[in-house]
Design a protein around this ligand. Sequence first.
Ligand code: SAM
Length: 284
Amino acid sequence: MELWFTEKHTENVKFSIKVDKQLYTAQSEFQRIDIFESKEFGRFLTLDGYMMLTEKDEYIYHEMMVHVPMTVHPNVKKVLVIGGGDGGTVRELIRYPGIEHIDLVEIDEEVVKACRVFLPQTACGFMDSRVHIHYDDGLKYVRKYDDEYDLILVDSTDPFGPGEGLFTKEFYGNCNKALKSDGIMVNQHESPFYPDDAVAMQRAHKRIVESFPISKVYQAHIPTYPSGHWLFGFASKKYHPIVNQDVARWKAQGIKTKYYNEQLHAGAFALPNYVEELLENVEK
Ligand code: SAM
């Protein structure tokens, strides 16, 4: 008997991974959580049947979410991560000794519990004493803060279910307020490739452009996300992602990465024409 995980990417496209074993399944207050073991991608986490991460390609997403803003902002001390209950984003952040405090706001405690047991590759980040986990809705949490964080990373699920509020104008406005005057926000920005995903991506971009003076989009190749072509949003009050890329400062920290490097940093902001067009259409 063969067991396969299948995610529907569009009405006409499905993505499947052959599963060796189901390691965990639970229905939390917020979503269904599953962790599987596979030959090709190692262990992988799905929420409500949507791929969140696999052991084989998670480094691409987490490195691109963290090291791009960390190369640009000269003095990150206090960071807010919204979502990110698998720990991968936090794992990359704790590699910077200059970071003093990380708040991780995850809506679903069951995700963190399951990842601690079954996904130590990412959850190892939770062991660091600078990491403070809050079980709360990121939309509500961020409302309470003014001028507090140097960096906000929105490592959320897609714009439906519990993650829906993290793609709203209100949320981006409150992130702006919670950031210091030179703060940066990076968010996972969905995929531009399939039309329904592109609409969600454009909606998010429009709202971020309206909320921040500098708003750029960058890309990465993530094999297990729909179409494999994934975008991130870089929203900033002061620093430009390329003009203020400080290669020497980043290199001096000696952080070894598997995907991110300084050439790729600049190159990731060079987008295909069809993506530029999608973005320009909503910027006007
Ligand atoms: N890298 C992943 C992706 O884009 O597919 C995201 C992974 S991470 C597991 C996403 C986390 O966001 C989930 O654990 C989910 O529970 C959490 N989340 C969803 N909505 C949230 C909200 N409103 N506030 C805080 N966390 C939220």
